[in-house]
Design a protein around this ligand. Structure first.
Ligand code: FPP
Ligand code: K
Length: 486
C-alpha cells in the first residue's frame, strides 16, 4: 500500500495504484466492522476517516496501449479529478455517504452575485446577458431559492431587449437571435406572473419564428443565420410554452417551399442529425455532441409523446450506446463527445437526456442500468463544487453561472425520476405541442445514493424538457391556454 504521507505521485498509473489500494481499504472498512485485516492497515485516525470521501466505486480507467495527445489530456484530467473523488481537498462538510454536502448557501450567494452589476470591461458580454439571467435564475430555483425579488428587473430587462419585429436580442437595440430569445422566454416564465407573460409580444414572436423555418424542415438561429438543431429546439420550446399556433404565418418564406406548419419535415431533419456513432449533431453531417443531443431529444419530446417521436425518428439503441459511452470512468461525470474530457456542464446536456430516453422506452421505473446516477452525483458533489461557491467544469476551473446551472440540473436529473403519461387528464395540456404537459411530476430515485436529501443535498425537480421549475411551466402554459388569439 502506498505511504499515505508520501507526496502525490506524478504519473497517473502510480497515482491510480494508490487510489485503487485506497479503494480496497475503504471497502474493507465498510464490509466489516471488526475486520482483522483492518488491523494490519494500521490505525485510521478520526481525522483521516472524516476526510475520506466515498470512493468505493472508483474504478480504474479503461486504457488503450497507444499514447496520443488525446490519451495524455485524458490522463492529465484524471490526475486533477481523482484527488477530489478520493478525498476532500476543499474541506467541505461531508454527508452520511462521506461525500461533500451540497454547498447550498455558497452557491446561492455565487449566483446572486452573478446577477449583480458588472464592471465596464464586461461590456463585450452584453449579448450574453439573457443567458446569464437564465442560468443564474435557474440555478437559484434549483437550490429552492425564491427568485421573486428579481421579477420586476427581469421584466424590465426583457421589455427593452424585445425587438419590434419579434424575438429578443442581447439588450436594447440589438438584433434578435433565437438563443437570447430562448433564454429571455425561459427567464420570463421562471419569474412568472401576468405582467411577465403580457410583456411578451406573442404575435411578432410567431412571425419571427416563421422566418426561421427552412425548406429542408429545420430552423435557423436568426434570419439568414446558421441552421442547427438549437434552432429547432428553441423554436419549439417557445411555441409550446406560449401556446403559439402550429401553422406557419402567411409571411413565412417556408410557405414558398410547400410547408404549411412549423412541424413539416422537422422529424426527418432531426433524424438526419443522428450520426454513425448514434449521438446527435448540430446539423446533418456534423460530429455528435451532448449539447445537441439534448436539443434533438427535447425537440422531439415537444413534437409528441417521446415514445412515438423518439422511436420514429431515432435509432434508440445506438443513441443509448453513445449516451452511456459519455459517462467517464472513473470520474463519473460526462464528456460531450468521443475522446473528450469530463465537464460538469454535461451533467445536464447528457444527464438530462436520460429522462427523455426513459420516457421513450416501455419501462415505468427508473433505470439503473442505462446510466450511473450515483457516479454522476459523486462527480458533481466532489469535483464540481468550487470551494467558495458556484460550480465548475472540473477542479482547477473557475465557477460560472453556466456550469452552476447545468451541474445542478444534472444533479436533479440524477435524484429524480419522471414518468410520461400520455393519458394524463390535467387542467392544462390541450391544444398544439402539448406533450410536455403530460409528464408526471416525479419521484425521488430510490436506488444507490451518494446524496442525502434529508440533510440538504436535494435539488428541486426540474421540468425535463424546459429545464425550469415545474410549476412555472404549468402556470405559463395554463395562462396562454386560457387566452383567445394573440
Ligand atoms: C463544444 O465546445 C460545445 C459545443 C459544440 C456545443 C455548444 C452548445 C451548447 C452549450 C448548447 C446550446 C443549447 C441551446 C439550448 C441553445 P468545446 O469543444 O469547448 O467542448 P468539448 O471539448 O467538451 O466538446
Ligand atoms: K467545454
Amino acid at each position: 500500500m502506498a505511504d499515505p504521507g508520501a507526496p502525490s505521485s506524478t504519473t497517473p498509473s502510480s497515482r491510480l495504484d494508490e487510489i485503487l489500494s485506497a479503494e480496497d481499504r475503504v471497502e474493507e472498512l465498510s464490509d466489516s466492522e471488526n475486520n482483522s485485516e483492518y488491523e494490519d492497515m494500521g490505525p485510521v485516525t478520526e481525522e483521516e476517516l472524516a476526510n475520506t470521501a466515498y470512493i468505493k466505486s472508483v474504478t480504474s480507467p479503461i486504457r488503450d496501449a497507444l499514447q496520443t495527445e488525446t490519451s495524455k489530456a485524458r490522463d492529465e484530467t484524471l490526475e486533477v479529478v481523482l484527488p477530489f473523488l478520493e478525498s476532500n481537498p476543499n474541506e467541505f462538510e461531508l454527508n452520511i455517504f462521506r461525500l461533500p454536502k451540497l454547498q447550498r448557501a455558497k452557491h446561492v450567494q455565487f449566483l446572486k452575485n452573478a446577477l449583480g452589476d458588472y464592471p465596464s470591461q464586461f461590456a463585450m458580454m452584453d449579448a450574453a446577458r439573457p443567458w446569464l439571467l437564465y442560468w443564474s435564475l435557474q440555478g437559484l430555483t434549483a437550490l429552492s431559492y425564491d427568485i421573486s425579488e428579481y421579477q420586476e428587473r427581469v421584466i424590465h430587462t426583457f421589455s427593452s431587449a424585445q425587438h419590434p419585429t419579434g424575438g429578443y436580442g442581447g439588450g436594447f437595440g440589438q438584433l434578435p437571435h433565437l438563443a437570447p430569445t430562448y433564454a429571455a422566454i425561459l427567464s420570463l416564465v421562471m419569474v412568472g406572473g401576468r405582467s411577465a407573460y403580457d410583456s411578451i409580444d406573442r404575435k411578432t414572436m410567431w412571425h419571427y419564428l416563421g422566418r426561421m423555418k427552412q425548406a429542408d424542415g429545420g430552423f435557423t438561429m436568426s434570419p439568414g443565420g446558421e441552421e442547427d438543431i438549437r434552432g429547432a429546439f428553441c423554436a419549439l420550446v417557445i411555441m409550446s410554452l406560449l401556446n403559439l399556433p402550429l401553422e406557419l404565418p402567411p409571411d413565412s418564406p417556408a410557405r414558398g417551399h410547400g410547408h404549411s406548419t412549423f412541424l413539416d419535415n422537422l422529424g426527418d431533419w432531426v433524424s438526419r442529425c443522428q450520426t454513425y456513432e448514434g449521438g446527435i449533431s448540430a446539423a446533418p453531417g456534423n460530429e455528435a455532441h451532448g449539447a445537441y443531443a439534448f436539443c434533438g431529444l427535447g425537440c422531439l419530446s415537444i413534437m409528441g409523446p417521446p415514445k412515438e417521436t423518439l422511436n420514429k425518428h431515432l435509432n434508440i439503441p445506438l443513441l443509448i450506446h453513445w449516451l452511456s459511452s459519455r459517462q467517464c470512468a472513473p470520474e463519473g461525470g460526462y464528456n460531450g463527445r468521443t475522446n473528450k474530457l469530463v465537464d460538469g456542464c454535461y451533467s445536464h446536456w447528457i444527464g438530462g437526456c436520460w429522462s427523455l430516453i426513459e420516457a421513450s422506452t416501455s419501462s415505468a421505473t427508473p433505470s439503473t442500468s442505462l446510466w450511473n446516477r450515483s457516479a454522476l452525483g459523486r462527480y458533481i458533489l466532489s469535483a464540481a463544487q468550487f470551494k467558495k461557491g458556484g460550480l465548475v467544469d472540473k477542479p482547477g476551473k473557475r465557477p460560472d453561472a453556466y456550469h452552476s446551472c447545468y451541474n445542478l440540473a444534472g444533479l436533479s436529473a440524477a435524484q429524480h425520476f419522471y414518468g410520461f403519461d400520455e393519458d394524463m387528464e390535467g387542467e392544462i395540456g390541450k391544444g398544439d405541442l402539448n406533450a410536455p404537459y403530460h409528464w408526471k411530476k416525479g419521484v425521488l430515485y430510490e436506488g444507490e445514493k451518494v446524496w442525502d436529501e434529508e440533510e440538504g443535498d436535494a435539488v428541486e425537480k426540474i421540468h425535463p424538457v424546459f429545464v425550469i421549475p415545474w410549476d412555472k411551466v404549468e402556470e405559463c402554459r395554463g395562462y396562454f391556454e386560457g387566452k383567445e388569439g394573440f
